[in-house]
Write a protein that binds this ligand. Structure first.
Ligand code: S3P
Length: 467
């Protein structure tokens, strides 16, 4: 739990989860030793690090004698943990640096046991693209939430390329892509062929899986999606020596490429920054600065949305010419906020921030509409339902109309007695509720454990900004 604001001062949020997963997976696939700095010690990223290690990449964590010892010190190997790595964390560790020696042309090895992706959709879906081209057997699984999430959107293009993935649930679904779910058994398919894939969903996870698999397949692979999703994979692959072109709106990669080791410095996660930023906008007397934050335009569209609501937010790039822009985000209390309407083509760029944007919108003077955000139902929980419930506890009204989310702004929250919110094991819902709490809302959060999948030091950072 956090006290109520004002929030004042400066914070560095943990490394960007999306960039961290990609850096680890590309380093594992590369020839040679890559150095990755500033990885967040979040459960999702630890799941990816453990996955590549079990597939044969050599992972050395700075300050630890071995990867095994690193896992032991974090409590990742404690008995009784079922798909929720790190729940018995024995040392506070929020960031780590690694050297990764990749498997390169040898490919990954068959792991000893199942690969547990925990709660992390990005680990599972990108790993599917990494594994598909190689002759290895691997069972990929995850926690209860991840096993409910749709995997057909990734399995379908991989099937079309010739991947051999045991369709444990697909048979039951009779080809219905929405029924493909973890656990999935990869049986080894070394003759993958490039494809031209038009994804029906805008998803950086699908795009990345197809492009990563395509880079190891025979021939050319191209990919399109209805509207742009985050572009970290296409920015990072060239660092590892693989060219990704854009031709007539499609991403194109040639197959049978060798990745070469590279060095990556992971910027702060702009999606994690969204929570202290929103809390500052909503809490009287606040002024917060987030330093070292990633400012990739596909990730900070939420700042434009807040700006359109009249919120006092600003981003300033410090730019060192690396593929991912980095800089400072500032946010200050804004007494009156205007409602906003976000168009369908923006939804993929703000999808992770809709919970906290909806929270801010509930304090605007008028109704806001977030168009085409049905994807929220497929996240770590049904976030659309979670947002509606959270705002109801605050005395505000929100509802879904088709694929859109409507938030009735009422200027202030009307709730007076403290009510308990259940974040359904979803880190972003929990942090949105805690941002409301920091802004004085009479709300308690039933579970804050789930926050460590992306931002393990969140409560400490918020306390520091509030004191
Ligand atoms: C992510 C892509 C998004 C996002 C998720 C991380 C990524 O998911 O919601 O938190 O790193 O590629 P989708 O690709 O399913 O939209």
């Amino acid at each position: 739990m956090v006290r109520s604001g004002p929030l004042r001062g400066c914070v560095r949020v943990p490394g960007d989860k999306s960039i961290a997963h990609r850096a680890l997976l590309m380093a594992a696939s590369a020839e040679g030793v890559s150095c990755i700095e500033g990885l967040p010690a979040s459960d999702d990223v630890l799941a990816t690090a453990s996955a590549i290690e079990s597939l044969g990449a050599r992972v050395r964590v700075a300050g630890f004698p071995s990867f095994k010892e690193f896992r032991r010190r974090l409590g990742l190997d404690a008995p009784g943990i079922d798909g929720n790595a790190g729940s018995r964390r024995s040392v506070p560790l929020f960031s780590f640096d690694v050297l990764v020696e990749g498997w390169g042309a040898f490919g990954p090895r068959t792991p000893v046991g199942p690969i547990d992706c925990g709660n992390s959709g990005t680990t599972a879906r990108l790993l599917m693209g990494i594994l598909a081209p190689w002759p290895v057997e691997a069972l990929v699984t995850g926690d209860d939430s991840l096993r409910r999430r749709p995997m057909g959107r990734v399995a379908d293009p991989l099937f079309a390329m010739g991947a051999s993935i045991a369709p444990s649930e697909r048979a039951a679904g009779k080809g219905d892509a929405s029924k493909v779910a973890l656990p999935l058994l990869f049986k080894g398919s070394p003759n993958l062929k490039g494809i031209a894939w038009d994804s029906p969903v805008s998803s950086a996870q699908v795009k990345s899986a197809v492009i990563l698999a395509g880079s190891q397949a025979l021939g050319t692979t191209s990919f399109s999606e209805p509207s742009p999703s985050r572009d970290h994979t296409e920015r990072m692959l060239p660092l590892f020596g693989v060219e990704v072109r854009t031709v007539e709106g499609r991403l194109v990669v040639e197959g049978l490429r060798r990745l070469r080791a590279a060095n990556v410095s992971v910027p702060g996660d702009p999606s994690s920054a969204a929570f202290p930023v929103a809390a500052a906008v909503l809490s009287e007397g606040s002024r917060v600065r987030v330093e070292g934050a990633g400012l990739n335009p596909g990730r900070v569209a939420y700042l434009d949305v807040l700006g359109r609501m009249g919120a006092r937010v600003a981003a300033r790039a410090s730019g060192d010419g690396s593929p991912e822009p980095v800089g400072t985000i500032e946010a200050a209390f804004t007494p009156s906020l205007a409602p906003v309407e976000t168009p369908p083509e923006l939804s993929a760029s703000i999808i992770d921030e809709v919970p906290v944007l909806a929270l801010v919108a509930s304090r605007a003077s008028g109704d806001s509409v977030f168009r085409s955000v049905a994807e929220l139902r497929n996240k770590e929980s049904d976030r659309l339902e979670g947002i509606v419930d959270l705002l109801a506890l605050l005395g505000a009204t929100a509802y879904a109309v088709g694929d859109d989310l409507v938030v009735e702004g009422c200027g202030g929250w009307r709730a007076s007695e403290v009510r308990s919110f259940d974040p359904r094991g979803d880190h972003r819902l929990a942090m949105a509720a805690l941002a409301a709490q920091a802004a004085g809302a009479p709300i308690s959060v039933a579970d804050t454990e789930c926050i460590k999948v992306s931002y393990p030091g969140f409560l400490i950072d918020m306390e520091r900004l509030i004191s």
